[in-house]
Design a protein around this ligand. Structure first.
Ligand code: MF3
Ligand code: CO
Length: 272
């Protein structure tokens, strides 16, 4: 059998846990700073300093020439938005994507934030995208495939009338920020790479309110929806355990959303 993915040793996982905890700490910290009038450059600086102050390395800095610690993707920006001096407006929503390294091992996560009061459309897109991440994660266990992960995400997006971005994927992660395998956010059950204990990868679905097509702006980084519809993304770094999954970048503040969503799903299942 062709081995495309190497399992991490316990010692490598320990360093990934530290990196991932720094990343989740950044995302816990930054929410209070997201409000109308703040610039994405200011948010990036706060994230950068948090990573360094906690003993990590902001891994995006210098990555293929990128100059910032985070990607800040506002409204119709799908991913890789570049922090800048434009202040956020009331009603903007944005993804903040953070990668930290600790002693050479990486953690990668992103979340959505609202400046002021979001539109119902933005709130709904953000919620459904987070749910699709959770559904994808819950497929993860030894013997499952990446096709199972993609299929779960795709089904949830479709059910809510959203499209899944096809041009960007999750990825293996460890000593490199981006390793094999590619983790597509669409798929067919039973297809693709089979999961084994010790694998680590990100799941990071991008859902668009409109069409799935994207375009890269002239800065060569910023990815936007071609039709200018809103786009949302959530991301976690996940470990395949002997029995299922561990979310390495888990945030304690997610517990309520996670529990509520799973309880609702359980009830819906039971009714069927
Ligand atoms: N977390 C992002 C990803 O997995 C990293 C953005 S690219 C960088 O694609 F240059 F900012 F690092
Ligand atoms: Co990533």
């Amino acid at each position: 059998m062709l081995m495309v993915t190497h399992s991490k040793t316990p010692e490598m996982l320990e360093r990934m846990r530290v990196a991932s905890t720094i990343v989740s700490g950044v995302l816990e910290m930054i929410g209070a700073h997201v409000k109308p009038g703040v610039t994405t450059a200011r948010l990036d600086k706060l994230c950068h300093d948090y990573i360094v102050d906690h003993g990590g390395v902001p891994a995006c800095v210098g990555y293929h020439g990128y100059q910032h610690a985070t990607c800040t993707s506002v409204n119709h920006v799908v991913c890789h938005g570049v922090p800048g001096d434009k202040p956020l407006k009331d009603g903007d929503f944005l993804n903040i994507d953070v990668v930290a390294a600790y002693q050479g091992m990486h953690g990668d996560s992103s979340a959505m934030f609202f400046a002021g009061t979001p539109s119902i459309a933005a709130r709904r897109l953000a919620t459904v995208t987070q749910e699709s991440l959770y559904l994808g994660i819950q497929e993860v266990k030894p013997g499952a495939t990446l096709g199972d992960v993609g299929a779960a995400i795709q089904a949830h997006a479709r059910q809510h009338g959203y499209s899944v971005v096809l041009d960007f994927c999750g990825h293996g992660i460890g000593a490199e920020m981006h390793e094999e395998p590619q983790v597509s956010h669409v798929g067919r059950r039973g297809m693709g790479v089979r999961l084994m204990p010790g694998m680590t990868f990100t799941i990071e679905p991008m859902l668009n309110a409109g069409r799935p097509e994207v375009r890269v702006l002239g800065d060569k980084w910023t990815v936007v929806t071609k039709d200018h519809s809103l786009s949302a993304q959530w991301e976690h770094t996940v470990l395949v355990t002997n029995t299922g999954f561990e979310i390495l970048t888990w945030r304690p503040s997610e517990a309520e959303v996670w529990d509520t969503f799973n309880a609702t799903r359980g009830a819906a299942r039971g009714a069927r």
